[in-house]
Design a protein around this ligand. Sequence first.
Ligand code: FAD
Length: 553
Amino acid sequence: MKLLIVGGVAGGASAAARARRLSEDSQIVLIERGPDVSFANCGLPYYIGGEITGREKLLVVTPERMQVRYKLDVRVRSSVEAVDRQAKKVRIRELVTQRVYEESYDKLVLAPGAAPIRPPLPGIDLPGVFTLRNLQDMDRIKQRLDDGVRQAVVVGAGFIGLELVENLARRGIATTVVELQDQVLPPFDKEMTTPIAEHLATQGVSLLLGQSADGFEPTSDGLSVRLKSGQRLSAQLVVLGVGVRPENKLAVDAGLEVGTRGGIRVNEHLQTSDPDIYAVGDAIEVTDFVTGEATQVPLAGPANRQGRIAADHIFGRAARYRGTQGTAILRVFERTAAMTGAAEKVLRRTRLPYRTVYIHPLQHAGYYPGAEQMTLKLLFDPKTGRILGAQAVGGAGVDKRIDVLAVAIQAGMTVFDLEEMELAYSPQYGSAKDPINMAGFVAGGLLRGEHPQVDVAALLAMPPAERPFLADVRTPQEFASGHIPEAVNIPIDELRSRLGEIPKDREIAAYCQVGQRGYLATRILRQAGFRAVNLSGGYKTYQLFHPNVNGAG
Ligand code: FAD
């Protein structure tokens, strides 16, 4: 067997190493356009910021080591220019010598990744305007910073954009983020990004949402970034993080099928429309694990697993790729944002039925020093309780909860399973009722009808005349520091004695700060004959929809 692999980083290097472990006799040729293989793309922003010192740490494996340890024929600085499917050959150009030659294959794996999008804006090619994909891009950005940058503009507030923002700010650079959408981190639901946007502001980052860059001009001081609004920003460094496009040229030229957004089409074994050609990583179209839609998810975990699965299938194993959940995590200064499965906006677009609950638990026992609050949003099927998605924002412990929920989604678990989950607990790490259990109790109670709830989004969507009577059951002090307009303050401990103040002919929505006292209020009211529901996640969730709500907000 002669296996030829195009692209030597996450997907390609994984496929090569796995292939060698499965077959000592095969000839395995790995072709990589750049000078490095198997480098840590995900670490690039942290070298720029200075948190990772030592460039060599980003080189997970050198070409020489791959050659020796895995007996691979690694050819760096070599670009595959064309695939001849009939002859089962590729054309390769050695980029240093410009020599062009052909190489045959029995099986071919395409792992060319995705390239950063560079919109065709005036001035996009000016020195000082960068994208970040590999070590060479990183070196260029670092060099520019070392030459002296006071102001930077990052275009795009996605994962890579915000990682860069943090690292530029870490170097003391005044940084502005320009984002086309009206939220940061577009894969998340908007309200869940409110704490991140607010945190960016506290770190001195200026955030321009709903705006886009329109062009770049050279100035005596570096660059002027022109926005569509007409505003101009001065900077000595601009980094574009506006998304990536699958590198599909080889596949398209070879007549392989690609999806509507350009990803190379593959089956569950990761074979393209030509069964002797596999494709993996950022270049492919994947199936969304939850919705079943065709989509593109450029993440390192899926790319690595796909490389392994492709090699398994090539060497005769019945390996299948299950689809991509989009489990992702990001640190933004002292905050962490993570998600898995479908976001609410995706469920709405695909018209899949869902319900939502919000909770705001501490990551470990409140009495133990260092407890930090997180916000957790859980999306689930309203009939079966199957978990469809989750998002969390907070500090410590966000990673663990999203990982547990990622497993739950993959295992097809329901909110009732979350109620029963037995998770590690001591006060430093969790609570006897872990946030995962709490999410299960709140969602399970909702589905069983014991704990009827209304979402803030649903409440806000109602015409004011049709809204329920809003009972704020927090203390007068909490009420005074901010409440939902129209709400009446009846503290929980006075509720039983003040039932006469509550209308019997209207639905009642009780709320507190995070949902717990609201739940008790709902139970008291329902047993007293009121049609009461709890506002999911309480006033803290309302604030996610109303950033910086103060006073009577
Ligand atoms: P790549 O890693 O891009 O590798 C493709 C390789 O193929 C490239 O080196 C390219 O030079 C080569 N190539 C392309 N065409 C040819 C050709 N014709 N001939 C020869 N060689 C070719 N993901 C996460 O999950 N978590 C993170 O924290 C994270 N952080 C990231 C931070 C940054 C700055 C970047 C850029 C990406 C990050 N990612 C992260 C995404 C992750 O790196 C990618 O999803 C992953 O690397 C995709 O692997 P791949 O093998 O498909 O493509």
